[in-house]
Design a binder for this molecule. Structure first.
Ligand code: GLC
Length: 572
């Protein structure tokens, strides 16, 4: 087996720059703040960082509306600061990947300002402009963030296309100058030494050229409503299918794979870089070598409960579908999703379940991506009494609110609940460093850009957990350490055991090259179990347990597993 590359062995940690650490006391996270915390991340046992957009942006979509691809947002610092950050990370052996937003720019990007200025502007064709039809937009396509996907521009009497907000016009990737400009932007950062990119929203780069009407038969609002009240996995699956139909001509067009191959060739001009796609679709691995290095296994997270049956089915489907040579990539949280701690908790065993979520990430086959704050158990920001929609920063939440009030006739309080449900502020709140007002994110007395979660005062902060042997943070550090020391957990293949078990997940990770096989048991229930494994070997040597155990050697014919225990052992 070939030696694994760094991104196959690494554990990634996503930093949302606005919310990580505010070094200059303006209420907004910045590059210097990240530099100040590099030792923290390194000591945690992280190998690579993914930085959400750090580019200048009018922030209509919290930085995913870029107005300059080769600069640093002034509120985050300068390019010099960025280079110091990159050096500091590299000196500690931490790799850094950036977010690359290819599908669209901000409507404030100079390219779009030029493009919309006249029909014969040289940049007109850099975006997707079309004539209207029957006094309306060119077709009935929807924007995923609400309303039609076409915006009328009176200056030139045409419509432009936007898959996301109208402040995020889609680039026209059929235009070779667009491709060149974006590839140059990528090279700019690669030349500085960044280790790769997380590619934003790649599925939506191309649209069906004939612009056929979609036939989903429901609006996004109806879809959102249905998703809110979903009662079973079957119903959710049906809604996901309807959602696919809604965007069938706007997503995952075959042409995008040609582009991914071209981008891969750009990346391959540089040694040792990585491309990670924000997509669930295995097709983006290409033949396993010629498109993206990693594609997120988002399907794993799309459930109310991470039951053993769910995880087994997910692994069975994903791992068998991968093309030869492709490497899996697992995650349970990011800046668009509810916090892991809130999402998979049951109100009684939340801490144990959070530990099991991490254990799952670190023991499944594939590269794990963790999200800042998961390691201390940060939760979704609860909707505070007296909260007003004007306090929301995520415009998706704002759109949901106004639509709920104006189109559903909901009272403001109910609409706020709705807005909080779909809005993403709740998972983007400032990192909680200490048990002090502002949680050590910003100096005391400064108003942070998003509210600080009150949980910082209940032990959900780094300072309180760092030296506490029983804390979630200590657990993270221990488990990350064990993973690093255990080649089979990094490189090994995956074989499920006891596939009928409802209460626990058991599997082997075996690396022939390293001559190591590990048994992993994750008990997601409050029941103890005595398990019997019928394997070639009969004894196991303990590598890690979340619980105190009698001795380090276990008999595999009667392996005692405590409620919620995380058990990792090497087969003798
Ligand atoms: C991606 C980002 C999300 C953003 C969207 C539009 O899905 O993760 O935060 O809103 O793209 O850029």
């Amino acid at each position: 087996m070939p030696e694994l590359t760094w991104w196959q062995k690494a554990v990634f940690y996503q930093i949302y720059p606005r919310s990580f650490a505010d070094s200059n006391g303006d209420g907004i996270g910045d590059i210097q703040g990240i530099i100040d915390r590099l030792d923290y991340v390194h000591d945690l046992g992280i190998d690579a960082l993914w930085l959400s957009p750090h580019y200048p942006s009018p922030l209509f979509d919290c930085g995913y509306d870029v107005s300059d691809y080769t600069a640093v947002a002034p509120e985050y610092g300068t390019l010099d600061d960025f280079e110091r950050f990159l050096d500091g990370a590299h000196q500690r052996g931490l790799r850094v990947i950036l977010d690359l937003v290819l599908n669209h720019t901000s409507d404030q990007h100079p390219w779009f300002i030029e493009s919309r200025s006249s029909r014969d502007n040289p940049r007109r064709d850099w975006y997707v402009w079309r004539d209207g039809k029957d006094n309306g937009p060119p077709n009935n396509w929807l924007s995923t963030f609400g309303g039609p996907a076409w915006e009328y521009d009176p200056t030139t009497d045409q419509y432009y296309y936007h898959f996301f907000f109208k402040q995020q016009p889609d680039l026209n990737w059929h235009n070779s100058e667009v491709k060149q400009a974006m590839f140059d932007a990528a090279r700019f950062w690669l030349d500085l030494g960044v280790d790769g990119f997380r590619l934003d929203a790649i599925g939506t780069i191309f649209e069906h050229p004939a612009l056929p009407d979609q036939t989903a038969g429901l609006s996004q609002l109806e879809l959102y409503q249905a998703l809110q009240t979903v009662r079973s996995e079957e119903e959710r699956a049906r809604l996901v299918e309807q959602q696919k139909a809604m965007f069938q001509y706007q997503r995952d067009l075959p042409l995008v794979h040609d582009l991914m191959r071209e981008l891969r060739a750009v990346i391959d001009e540089y040694p040792d870089r990585v491309l990670v796609g924000e997509t669930d679709s295995i097709a983006y691995y290409g033949d396993g070598r010629n498109e993206l290095h990693l594609v997120f296994n988002f399907s794993l997270m799309q459930t109310e409960r991470l039951t053993p049956a769910w995880v087994r089915a997910n692994q069975q489907e994903r791992l068998t579908a991968l093309p030869p040579g492709a490497w899996p990539c697992n995650t349970l949280g990011n800046h668009d999703q509810p916090r892991v701690y809130s999402r998979y908790c049951d109100g009684q065993n939340d801490d144990a379940l959070a530990r099991l979520s991490l254990a799952l990430m670190l023991t499944l086959r594939g590269t794990p991506f963790l999200y800042y704050g998961e390691e201390i158990g940060m939760t979704d920001l609860p909707l505070e009494d007296g909260c007003r929609i004007s306090q929301f920063r995520d415009n998706l939440g704002v759109w949901v609110y106004h639509t709920a009030v104006n189109q559903l006739g909901l009272p403001p309080a109910a609409a706020l609940v709705y807005a909080n449900l779909f809005g993403r502020d709740k998972c983007r709140t400032p990192m909680q460093w200490t048990n002090a007002p502002n949680a050590g994110f910003s100096p005391v007395g400064v108003r942070a850009w998003l509210p600080i979660s009150p949980s910082y005062a209940q032990g959900v902060n780094v300072a309180d957990q760092l030296d506490d042997p029983d804390s979630l943070l200590t657990f993270y550090r221990r488990m990350l350490h064990v993973r690093k020391q255990t080649p089979a957990l990094v490189a090994g293949d995956y074989t499920p055991l006891h596939e009928e078990a409802k209460d626990y997940l058991a599997f082997l990770r075996r690396s022939e090259a390293d001559g190591q096989t590990c048994l992993v048991v994750l008990n997601v229930s409050n029941q103890a179990h005595s398990l019997s494994f019928d394997l070639d070997v009969h004894a196991a040597q303990l590598l890690f347990s979340s619980h105190a155990r009698d001795g380090d050697t276990d008999d595999l014919s009667q392996l005692f597993i405590a409620p919620f225990e995380i058990y990792v052992a090497e087969l003798e």
